[in-house]
Design a protein around this ligand. Sequence first.
Ligand SMILES: C[S@@+](CC[C@H](N)C(=O)[O-])C[C@H]1O[C@@H](n2cnc3c(N)ncnc32)[C@H](O)[C@@H]1O
Length: 249
Amino acid sequence: MNQVKNAGDVNYLKLYFEQFYNEMTPENALILAFLAKVSLNNPGPVLDLGCGPTYQYWNQALVFANRSVGIDLRADNIDYVGGVIKDLRMGNVHSRYLDVSRHVSRVLETLDTNMNSEEVLYRLLNREHELMARNLLHQPWSFADESFQVIMSCFGIDHMPSEDGMRSVLREARRVIRMDGVLSLVTLAETTTWHNGQEVAACLYSDEKIMRSRLRESGFSVDGLKFVPADNPERDGYPGIMLITAHPK
Ligand SMILES: C[S@@+](CC[C@H](N)C(=O)[O-])C[C@H]1O[C@@H](n2cnc3c(N)ncnc32)[C@H](O)[C@@H]1O
């Protein structure tokens, strides 16, 4: 297998979407439900760390966000998601986003909240989006203390280049999260690599004990931490993921 070199190149994007985002996999369904529940209990501004090319995919679940900021290292990812917003607003909606709207609508119903799938998509398109090409390791970030009700990251903070890097991101997140806000993390679990098609990408090792200690030392208290076995461990190269919520202490 080859090492992934360029997270923004077209081949990477094609493989990445095909493998993880073209169908509503059980794993994605769980993550979207996790995020939708967080959003229901935490209306307000959202920050997505390492939003990558899939910003709109996860952001649809943040139905109760009034403003959403996505940060990614790669300018080409940010350009790409800027283009997706324009396309969606013009009515060019890839089926993957419609699948997400339908799923989020069903999840909300289980939480006694009625919102049809059109409204889920409408809310995504009508909230304010700010997309920034920035290195999360360049700190302080350009946000005031306690600016965000939800800080989320899907497979983002576990892609920092070092343990120190990840901890510094968590500490800065602690500064900009509201005191009654929630940190919602989705990380790969118990692996230092994962597969994108035939290529191998690196990530930082995370498990329950390590994440609890990283969060505690960065000023967060863990509310929930769940290991979920991967849908396709052999193909995707990781045994599972973790869904984590934490609040500032
Ligand atoms: C595996 S991708 C996940 C993307 C997206 N959140 C998702 O769920 O598909 C990891 C992302 O983290 C971004 N990233 C890595 N290091 C970063 C840094 N230092 N600052 C900001 N973003 C970074 C990468 O550019 C990449 O888009």
